[in-house]
Design a protein around this ligand. Structure first.
Ligand code: PMT
Length: 218
């Protein structure tokens, strides 16, 4: 099938993990290579969209014709995404840390006690904020990385964050989710569900963009 053009659309994509620093040498992070989000950014640019890719710490080359903004923490990711609005589409493929240390120690924490307690605070939820923003993109797409009860958790996030689409994937098994070149997505909307893959992330990115383009043109 011929790819639907995305010319004239501005698309903001987040990808990769966030790292929340504990001290100058340690951090709390999520398992994410960035491959899924980078594949989406690359495919969107190939179809003519103006693409801003907000990337956490990953080891991937910037796709052709994509404006890349590198970030490290959830707060930096939030600031970069909000600064990139307005846009027609936001796709949150980043694995954002939900909690960060309350304070970053200025010096390397020394080991002494057998048990060390870290106090963590919630990070900003960029996806929810974009969706509730006065300059809300026409299409807001989330991802849901789940190990169990995938449909219930994904539909819950769709509702709670008022999303147009949510792409659920299973993590914690080989051949899908984090780090792998392949994935399988179940894409939920308020009124439907579509299974994509298993397939390479590059192909899934194109198929997801087709679903998004169909909604924008509907
Ligand atoms: O990077 P890869 O190795 O290719 O792996 C791809 C992936 C598994 C990371 C990707 O497909 C994926 O599922 N990304 C979302 C992972 C995730 O954090 O899901 P979540 O269920 O915790 O979050 C739900 C949604 O809210 C996501 O769109 C997330 O970007 C967003 N979120 C979450 C927390 C937060 N503080 N801010 C957010 O914006």
């Amino acid at each position: 099938t011929a790819a639907v053009s995305l010319a004239g659309l501005r698309i903001v994509v987040s990808a990769g993990p966030t790292f929340e620093d504990i001290d100058p040498v340690r951090f709390i992070g999520n398992r994410s290579s960035g491959k899924m989000g980078f594949a989406i950014a690359a495919a969107a640019a190939r179809r003519g969209a103006q693409v801003v890719l907000v990337a956490g710490p990953v080891h991937l080359d910037t796709p052709a014709s994509v404006q890349r903004i590198d970030v490290r923490s959830a707060t930096q990711l939030r600031d970069a995404v909000i600064a990139a609005l307005p846009a027609d589409v936001y796709i949150g493929a980043a694995a954002v840390a939900d909690y960060a240390p309350r304070a970053i120690a200025g010096n390397k924490i020394k080991k002494s006690a057998d048990i060390l307690t870290l106090e963590l605070v919630r990070t900003p939820d960029t996806l929810a904020e974009v969706s509730a923003s006065p300059s809300r993109p026409r299409c807001v797409v989330g991802f849901a990385a789940e190990t169990e009860n995938i449909e219930a958790h994904a539909r819950g996030k769709l509702q709670k964050k008022n999303l147009d689409l949510i792409a659920a994937n299973r993590v914690g098994v080989a051949g899908s989710g984090f780090e792998s070149d392949d994935n399988a997505l179940t894409v939920y909307s308020r009124d439907g569900v579509q299974a994509l893959g298993p397939a390479p992330k590059t192909q899934l990115a194109d198929e997801l963009l087709t679903l998004i383009a169909e909604r924008l043109h509907a």
